[in-house]
Design a protein around this ligand. Structure first.
Ligand SMILES: Nc1ncnc2c1ncn2[C@@H]1O[C@H](COP(=O)(O)OP(=O)(O)O)[C@@H](O)[C@H]1O
Ligand SMILES: Cc1cn([C@H]2C[C@H](O)[C@@H](COP(=O)(O)OP(=O)(O)O)O2)c(=O)[nH]c1=O
Length: 229
């Protein structure tokens, strides 16, 4: 199978993506993670897919009425435009880019529409590989409860047993990403507060940036872990 383009190995910044079933806690975790990284004086930019640009808005608005390969192409088109207009320039300028949903979401959500993993992988083959792909998980019952609190937004999220199906497809997706050379980090968020989840991701990011920084920052991270569990 085709490999995704390695993320700008020559770029100055770091590209970190966060995926996981709808309602698992991606957006909440990113808010905490951004706070932690800003306190570390890391220059970060958060972004989201579908993007806030014209193709992203179209994909979001049409998710209830457009299905299958047509919808998959809309999300992929948004991703390529997002990379070109926003993500790559930020990386080139040395930012840490945190993206709420990326290719793994396509490999899961469009499977809920009956598409094959191989088709989706090939459709996204030219999308840059992130330096770190975080996959948040939890027991499907926990995810369903969180999604119910939030309120499902669209046709894909309202399907019967969608949380269980997403959780299952994420397991397959993560195996596939690992075999394809992605560096992934899986976190079971069931027993953890969002701040502890964020602290775990922060440590992985610091390790990527400069291994020596982990030791320097260990005290702070440990106090966050301990205080919020
Ligand atoms: N680690 C966590 N533990 C408990 N509840 C959480 C956790 N993370 C998120 N939540 C709650 O779950 C709901 C969905 O979170 P959200 O971040 O919007 O999910 P997503 O972006 O993955 O759809 C929110 O009510 C949020 O407060
Ligand atoms: C990035 C991406 C998102 N989506 C869908 C998943 C969500 O249902 C929707 C984004 O809606 P949103 O309400 O922002 O979901 P969440 O808060 O759970 O992240 O877009 C795809 O179907 N394919 C994709 O490639």
């Amino acid at each position: 199978m085709t490999r995704l383009r390695p993320s700008s190995e020559t770029c100055a910044g770091l590209f970190v993506t966060i995926d996981g079933p709808s309602g698992v806690g991606k957006t909440t975790t990113i808010t905490h993670l951004a706070q932690l990284l800003k306190a570390d004086r890391v220059t970060i930019q958060t972004t989201v897919e579908p993007s806030r640009g014209p193709i992203g808005k179209l994909a979001y608005d049409l998710t209830d009425t457009v299905t299958g390969p047509a919808l998959a192409c809309l999300y992929a088109a948004d991703r390529y435009h997002h990379l070109q207009t926003e993500i790559r320039p930020l990386l080139a300028a040395g930012h840490l880019v945190l993206c709420d949903r990326y290719v793994p979401s396509a490999l899961v959500m469009q499977r809920l529409d009956g598409l094959e993993l191989e088709f989706l992988w090939n459709l996204n083959a030219l999308a840059d590989r992130p330096h770190l792909a975080v996959i948040l998980t939890a027991d499907p019952a926990v995810i369903t409860a969180r999604l119910t609190t939030k309120g499902p937004h669209n046709r894909l999220q309202r399907q019967a047993d969608s949380s269980a199906a997403e959780a299952r497809f994420y397991e397959e997706t993560r195996d596939h990403l690992d075999r394809s050379g992605y560096r992934s980090l899986r976190i079971d968020t069931g027993p953890l507060t969002p701040r502890v989840v964020a602290a775990q991701i922060r440590r992985a990011i610091l390790r990527l940036r400069e291994p020596a920084a982990v030791e320097l920052a260990a005290d702070t991270a440990a106090s966050v872990d301990g205080a919020d569990r």
